[in-house]
Design a protein around this ligand. Structure first.
Ligand SMILES: Cc1cc2nc3c(=O)[nH]c(=O)nc-3n(C[C@H](O)[C@H](O)[C@H](O)COP(=O)(O)OP(=O)(O)OC[C@H]3O[C@@H](n4cnc5c(N)ncnc54)[C@H](O)[C@@H]3O)c2cc1C
Length: 277
């Protein structure tokens, strides 16, 4: 049932970073893709409780050198402690009980379209994630830098007033080594509203945009990634095969008003998003 060994890298009361060394050979993946983790169900130990997790990346080592994914034998994951739904067995309480050396299930299939695959190389990137959505943002940012893409990149990490990214040491090393990469934590109970205000101010004035993000935001020049909490993303909710309900808030409507278009499976655009629930 288990096919990997876990190692605890860093933790706080509300989040953890683990590395998983699979028994199977790692394959090439794209930054922003996700796999799955699983642990035995308490109700039926022969079954796994499995969930999707973005493959994260520490991006750089302490000296600021990019970590080459081909050179390491682990996959990194970054997850929240969540209360869970009352009607199904949660995985996160089990993930928080893991100790280094414990065995775990790690799905071999790593997939997902919220990646740089269709993003032109010269685009500047604005990655907006909520809390552990930073996992996918870090992996995309690491790929952007590893490929030597010429665009600037800014990662906004949103959380409530108490939120502190567990990747702060890497943020510092990354920004020292790569002046064209920036990480900004927006820790406030109204982090999404504040981000909306930052974006609107940036759309109105290129100099404000450069101060906030390092570059001027413009359709076809900037590519957005929105990752994590669906309330931050603000994607229309699917009701039926062809019917959708517009979101009450979130960033997608703000970006659409400024002329940015979501990418779909069939059409290129300026925004990719991945909702975690
Ligand atoms: C493509 C994809 C990638 C994902 N990657 C990550 C990741 O890298 N890190 C991560 O922490 N989670 C990630 N998730 C969410 C993850 O799959 C689990 O849902 C989450 O860890 C909670 O698991 P659970 O079994 O304890 O509770 P679940 O029964 O899965 O969820 C219960 C409720 O908790 C809330 N919730 C779910 N995920 C989160 C979260 N991350 N933060 C706060 N509240 C949440 C939702 O309201 C959800 O209905 C991802 C989900 C998807 C679909």
């Amino acid at each position: 049932m288990y096919n990997a060994t876990a190692e605890l890298v860093r933790e706080a009361s509300n989040a953890r970073i683990i590395r998983v060394r699979p028994d199977w050979p790692k394959r090439r993946r794209l930054g922003g893709q996700y796999g799955s983790l699983g642990l035995a169900s308490a109700a039926d130990p022969a079954k796994l409780v499995k969930r999707a997790y973005s493959v994260s990346s520490p991006m750089v080592d302490a000296s600021g050198a990019l970590i080459d994914d081909d050179e390491v034998d682990w996959l990194e994951f970054y997850f929240n402690r969540v209360a869970g739904a009352p009607d199904r067995e949660g995985l996160t309480p089990k993930l928080f009980a893991l100790k280094s050396g414990d065995r775990i299930f790690c799905g071999e299939k790593i997939t997902g379209h919220c990646t740089l695959e269709r993003v032109p190389r010269e685009r500047d990137l604005l990655l907006v994630s909520t809390t552990t959505g930073e996992a996918a943002a870090n992996a995309i940012l690491a790929q952007h830098l590893a490929e030597g893409r010429p665009g600037m990149a800014c990662s906004l990490v949103l959380g409530d007033a108490a939120w502190e990214s567990l990747y702060r040491p890497e943020h510092a090393a990354l920004q020292k080594a790569f002046p064209r990469a920036r990480v900004v934590e927006v820790s406030a109970d109204d982090a999404v509203t504040r981000t909306e205000a930052m974006l609107k101010a940036a759309f109105a004035d290129a100099e404000t945009s450069r101060r906030s993000f390092g570059f001027a935001l413009a359709p076809t020049k900037t590519h957005f990634f929105l990752i994590g909490d669906p309330a931050m993303i603000g994607a229309p909710r699917k009701l039926g095969a062809w019917t959708y309900e517009d979101a009450a808030g979130g960033l997608l409507p703000v970006l659409a008003k400024a002329g940015f278009t979501p990418a779909t499976r069939f059409k290129e655009g300026d925004i990719d998003h991945e909702s975690y629930w």
